[in-house]
Every structure is written in C-alpha cells, then in structure tokens.
Ligand binder design. Structure first.
Ligand code: HEM
Length: 392
C-alpha cells in the first residue's frame, strides 16, 4: 500500500512525538512501504506479533535470503533457530544466574544518593547525573567488570545506537562500525584477562560448548548483550521518569507498595507505554501476504513495536497508563525466538525505578528543555532537566 504520507522517522518532531504518525499508519496504512527505509512498516499488533513469531517466513538472519555475513560478525542476534539456540540459552542462563534484583536495588540506592546530594541545589540532568551512573553500575556488576564509566562508554553507545538507523542515514554506518570494533576489542580484553569471573562471564569460561565456539561469535554476543543492557536500561529510566512526572505521577501514588504483584503489573504497563525499543526488523524468506499486500522474498519488514503497543484492537485505552492492566501481552520486549534476552533484568530494573519514583517523585519536578538523541529505533532522552526539592 502506498501513501503520500511524508514521514522521516529521524525528523526531531517525529522523535519527540512518534505516536501521531504511528496512529495514522496503523489506521490507514497498516502495511506501508517506506521508500527511505526500503522496507514495509507494520504498525498493527497482530501483524507485528505474527512476523516476530513466525521465524520460518520472517528471518532475522539475512543469510537465509542470500546476504553474506562474515563469520567474524556473527552473534545470536544475526542468527535464527535452531542455530542461535545454544549460545542464546547459555547466555540467558548466565545472565539470569546473576543477582539481578540486588544489582537493581543497589542502583536505586545510588540514584537516591545522587538525588540527596542534589536536593535544593537547582536544575540538574536526570539522565547524565542520575540515570546514566545507575544503568552503568547495573550492567557493569552483571558482567563483573568496571572498565567503562558512563563518560567513556557514551561515544560507543551513541555510535551503536545511531547506527541502528543507518538505513535512513547511511552516514551513521562508519561511526557505528568503529564503535562496535572498539567495544569488541574491550570485551575481548576482558575475556582474555579473565575479568568478569564473578559476573556472567564466569559462567561462560568453564562451559565446554562455549569453548568449541569461534571466539568472535562469543565476544560479539557478549558485546551485544552489554550494549543492549546499558542502552535500554538508560533509555527506559528516562522515558518512564518523564512520562510519570509529566502525568503528576498519575495513579502511581496509589500503588500498594511494597507489593511485588502490583509492581509486576505496573512494570509491564510502563514497558508497553514507553516502548523504548520502538522497532525491529525481519526479512521475508518466501513470498507472502499481510493485510492483502504482497510481500516478496527478500523484502524487509519493520515491526513498529511502539505502535503495536498502542493498537486499540489489542489494548483498551491504549494511550492511557493503566498500572494494573492485565493481561498485557505487549511487544516492548518483542516476541518469539529473539524475545529480549535481558527481560528479567529489564523487569527488575523498572520495578526498582517505580519504587524510586513513588518515594522521590513528589519532590522531583520536570523543568522542561529535555533533549532526545537523534535515534528512531531506540527512543532515548539524552537530557532531562529536573529539580529535586529539599526535604521540608
Ligand atoms: C527496558 C529494557 C529493555 C527493552 C525495552 C529491550 C527490548 C528488546 C527487544 C525489543 C528485543 C528484540 C529484538 C528483536 O526481536 O529483533 C531485545 C533483544 C535483546 N535484548 Fe533486550 N531490552 C531491554 C533490556 C535488555 C537488557 C537489560 C539486556 C541484557 C543485559 C538485553 C539484552 C538483549 C539481547 C542480547 C537481545 C537479543 C536477543 C536475540 O536476538 O535472541 N535487553 N530486547
């Protein structure tokens, strides 16, 4: 289906508010050919879920449609089942064996310390001064390393994040590659120096299956996990904080805490609502049809997770935060064989973030002037000016 809709996802206005375009696409052009991306854009829940679930017809691994990927670039994100299953399983087990909740509680305490130091002292940046150090601490502890700080990691994170939109802006490819190389070199040195034996790396060292795998495959997967972890924890902290403070905390004040089941529901709802990972992509392996539109083998499909998560066909009152929404089968962490490998950590972190906002939100105020990274795939605040009132 073609349309005259003139949509550049990297336009700052679209990054600031992508939902008006998502709504128009979802209602009028649910299978939309975006010439700039050379891709079909899907915005309805059912279509996105089908594509993510049916990995036989819709591949993540582009080698299945004849694209060459050199062995040294492979990782679990470039493969599909059954090939990806072994290392994905080992990596997920290693991650989930870490003290995820404790790392998140410790990072909440770090945010609290930072806030106390800044109380009553005027404007500061919630992202740089509070969210960044917390997200960095979580991911470093999970990996059992401390080589990167928020500042030293910023260029890598920025290069990798912006390269996700290189389909729209090819200039982003070279800095993205340089950032990827630099991260892979660092992760290789951690691996070779035996760092991280106390974190998730430790579980990989002694693993006989891992020992048989090509080293770059393992390193690339670790690097992808490190970056996916930092970038999404950081982005979700900013998005949740901004949405909730912007709504005067909404119903959060009534949340019955401490109560894990209320927190779990609220976490899923906030993930649905903010959907930091706005989109992901697949390629059709055979000719097929979606909503009566013919898709050819080799065509790329962009599943707009953030749009699907506001589809009124699936979610009642989709533009409202309903903290006890249940069921809530959102796609914020995707679906199918590539569903977020760090889901438990993501959920543990949002639970701590909610706890933090329930306690400190009433004294924390948005003062405007927030800035987004020029990134359409990961919607990501880079600056969120706030003030924190001194205790009365
Ligand atoms: C709010 C936080 C998070 C969000 C919104 C999020 C979102 C996603 C999404 C949408 C995907 C699927 C991409 C696709 O299907 O193509 C994904 C995959 C992945 N995520 Fe997350 N994620 C989060 C946190 C994390 C964390 C904390 C980690 C690790 C520490 C992590 C590691 C990964 C990895 C390694 C994959 C690739 C899995 C695969 O391809 O099999 N994520 N994530």
């Amino acid at each position: 289906m073609t349309t005259t809709l003139d949509w550049n996802p990297l336009d700052p206005a679209s990054i600031r508010d992508p939902h008006s375009v998502y709504q128009e696409l979802r209602e009028n052009f649910p299978v939309y050919w975006h010439a700039g991306m050379s891709s079909w854009v899907l915005t309805r829940y059912d279509d996105c879920q089908t594509v993510l679930r049916d990995y036989t017809t819709f591949a993540r691994d582009r080698r299945r449609v004849g694209v060459e990927i050199p062995d040294e670039k492979l990782n679990i994100q470039t493969q599909d089942p059954p090939e990806q299953a072994l290392l994905r399983g080992i990596t997920a087990k290693a991650l989930n064996a870490q003290r995820l909740r404790k790392h998140c509680v410790d990072a909440r305490h770090l945010m609290e310390e930072r806030l106390s130091a800044l109380a009553g002292s005027g404007p500061f940046d919630m992202m740089g001064d509070v969210a960044g150090p917390a997200a960095m601490q979580v991911i470093n502890r999970v990996f059992g390393v401390d080589e990167y700080t928020q500042n030293s990691y910023a260029p890598i994170y920025e290069g990798l994040t912006q390269a996700m939109d290189s389909g729209l802006d090819p200039k982003r490819l070279a800095p993205g590659r340089a950032a990827g190389k630099s991260l892979a070199a660092e992760v290789t040195s951690w691996y070779e120096r035996g760092l991280g034996t106390s974190g998730m790396f430790g579980a990989l060292y002694g693993n006989a299956d891992v020992a048989q795998m090509p080293r770059p495959y393992v390193i690339n997967t670790m690097a992808a996990t490190y970056n996916a972890g930092f970038s999404t924890l950081y982005a979700s902290t900013g998005a949740v904080t901004m949405e909730l403070l912007g709504a005067g905390l909404g119903d959060l004040r009534e949340l019955p805490l401490p109560n894990d089941s209320a927190l779990v529901l609220a976490t899923e709802e906030l993930l649905r609502y903010v959907s930091p990972a706005q989109a992901t992509a697949r390629v059709a392996t055979t000719p097929t049809e979606i909503q009566g539109v013919r898709i050819e083998a080799g065509d790329t499909l962009v599943t707009m997770l953030a749009a699907a998560n506001r589809d009124p066909r699936q979610f009642k009152d989709p533009d409202r935060i309903v903290l006890d929404r249940s069921p809530n089968p959102h796609l914020a962490l995707a679906w199918g064989p590539h569903i977020c490998l760090g889901a438990r950590l993501a959920q543990a972190w949002i639970m701590e973030l909610i706890t933090f906002l329930v306690e400190h939100g009433p004294r924390l105020r948005l003062i405007g002037g927030e800035k987004y990274m020029s990134s359409a795939t990961l919607r990501n605040l880079v600056s969120l000016p706030v003030e924190y009132d001194a205790a009365s």
